[in-house]
Design a protein around this ligand. Structure first.
Ligand code: ZN
Length: 134
């Protein structure tokens, strides 16, 4: 299980997923978000500005805050499926967990229309498990 703030799939998470699939051969990936995530309570821009005001330094990374959990999960599934170094992308699921008890909230999220492989480029913003994280 890979955990971080917001369940973001950062470059390091993709590195770990890739190694996990190529060495032990992990066949499935489940992306888990909080149903009501703290990452929805601020914006990337405001967060950076706040840090800069407090510390005098701007982080080189984005907070990866988002507004809609389902939308973010769908986009994350699409990006995991399009990531070229993963062997097993036929079983990528998205789930929301209720923060109060960690139980699943509603049905799994499934991607609508998947882009052709290779059509997702640029910054990788994906999610992996963030159970009771941020
Ligand atoms: Zn959260």
């Amino acid at each position: 299980m890979l955990r971080n703030a917001g369940g973001e799939v950062t470059d390091d998470v993709l590195r770990s997923l890739t190694i996990s699939q190529h060495e032990p051969g992990t066949p499935e990936i489940t992306l888990i978000h909080h149903a009501q995530c703290g990452m929805q309570t601020f914006t990337n821009k405001d967060f950076k500005a706040e840090l800069a005001a407090q510390t005098g330094h701007k982080p080189h990374w984005a907070s990866l805050a988002f507004t809609d959990v389902d939308d973010d999960l769908r986009k994350s599934i699409v990006r995991v499926k399009a990531y070229p170094f993963l062997n097993h992308t036929h079983e990528v699921r998205g789930r929301r967990l209720r923060c109060r008890d960690g139980q699943p909230a509603r049905n799994p999220v499934t991607p609508g229309r998947l882009p052709r492989s290779g059509s997702v480029a640029g910054v990788v913003v994906l999610r992996v498990s963030a159970i009771r994280g941020s």
